[in-house]
Write a protein that binds this ligand. Structure first.
Ligand SMILES: Cc1ncc(COP(=O)(O)O)c(C=O)c1O
Length: 352
């Protein structure tokens, strides 16, 4: 049965990528060896790593602009700690925008190392909007924000202008829409949404912002060490990095971010239009801040829950439940989700 996979992450990946990846597990490069049983220092794997790193910079328009792409481990959650380790000066201060669960977790980690100012928060209204109109202290060491709030379904459409380094957790919307990525000095993202399997984290950092904290950084947490070792300080997550490379190549072949953005807009507009016009459904995020990756919504009539969920199941729709902390429904429409899957979902909503 054809499935329509709206899972929030790990999530849908292109079928062609899954096929190539499964072939490489059995026989990589026609060498009669598996991708996951060769040395990460062998030329075939070093080529994979280098291609993945260069595709990242190419797709984001960051080539030759002083950035390095790294594939690390520990998830985006470890970046919550690595960011202050590498950017927060001894006795300094970081400024964070609090837009949901993931920003709050990032803020908590900074407190292990020093001072953090929460410049604005949407906690007062269940993180259903993106705060605006705040001003950032130019004497702070860096500003951190989360571009897409995966759980509550909000997304930053604009980013503040600031003279201090800007860091963005783009775990759930990287590579989904065009923007000037050079406005950020550092971007990080777990692979398991728009890139590949869980197990590797993409970090893109402008090397000029490093080396200024005056603190001792443990080796595995030190971006400069990972840069000096070409993202191979220790054994990298070979399979997730290989699959990420295939997905990035798939995106490039499709026409890059510009091409996928058109498809992503069509999917989100179709679904939000149904949510807004069908009285049985209600969106939970402020309209102007709605996420084009994760649409969160509720049923307005609880007696329709059972028939709705039966229809979803019969149509092969997977992963539509809201995050366990908030309930309701969440349709995650990452890059690899075809428009057809949203059409099937909207068809069910109309039928209901
Ligand atoms: C925006 C955002 N940041 C951070 C994380 C945490 O990522 P990880 O599980 O890779 O640590 C997630 C996970 O869904 C996320 O959506």
């Amino acid at each position: 049965m054809k499935k329509h996979n709206f899972s929030a992450g790990p999530c849908i990946l292109p079928q062609s990528v899954l096929k190539q990846a499964s072939e490489a597990v059995l026989n990589f490069n026609n060498d009669d060896l598996s991708l996951i049983e060769i040395s990460h220092r062998s030329k075939p794997f070093v080529d994979v790593m280098e291609k993945a790193r260069s595709l990242v910079l190419e797709l984001l328009g960051l080539e030759n602009k002083g950035y390095t792409a790294l594939f690390l481990q520990g998830g985006a959650s470890l970046e919550f700690l690595m960011t202050p380790y590498n950017l927060l000066k001894l006795g300094g201060k970081a400024v964070y925008l609090d837009t949901g669960t993931w920003s709050s977790k990032a803020i908590k980690e900074v407190k292990n190392l020093g001072d953090v100012e929460v410049v604005a928060s949407s906690k007062d209204n269940d993180y259903s909007y993106i705060p605006k109109g705040y001003s950032i202290d130019n004497n702070a060491d860096y500003f951190h924000c989360t571009s897409n709030n995966t759980i509550r379904g909000t997304q930053m459409k604009e980013f503040p202008k600031t003279s201090i380094p800007m860091v963005c957790d783009m775990s759930s919307d990287i590579f989904s829409k065009e923007m000037d990525f050079s406005q950020f000095d550092m971007i990080y993202a777990g692979a398991q949404k728009n890139m590949g399997p869980a197990g590797t984290t993409l970090v893109i950092v402008k090397t000029a912002i490093l080396g200024k904290t005056g603190r001792n950084i443990p080796s595995m947490l030190d971006y400069q060490i990972h840069i000096d070792k070409d993202s191979m300080f220790n054994t990298p997550a070979v399979f997730p990095i290989y699959v990420s490379m295939l997905t990035l190549q798939w995106l490039k072949d499709l026409g890059g971010i510009k091409a996928i953005e058109k498809i992503n807009n069509a999917k989100a507009e179709l679904l939000y239009n149904e949510i807004d016009t069908n009285p049985l459904f209600k969106g939970t995020a402020a309209k102007e801040d709605r996420s084009y990756m994760n649409a969160t919504f509720l049923l307005t009539d609880e007696s329709k829950k059972e028939p709705f969920e039966t229809m979803l199941k019969e149509a092969g729709i997977n992963g539509l439940s809201g995050h366990r902390s908030v309930g309701g429904y969440r349709a995650s429409m990452y890059n690899a989700l075809p428009l057809e899957s949203v059409e099937v979902l909207v068809g069910i909503m109309k039928k209901l």
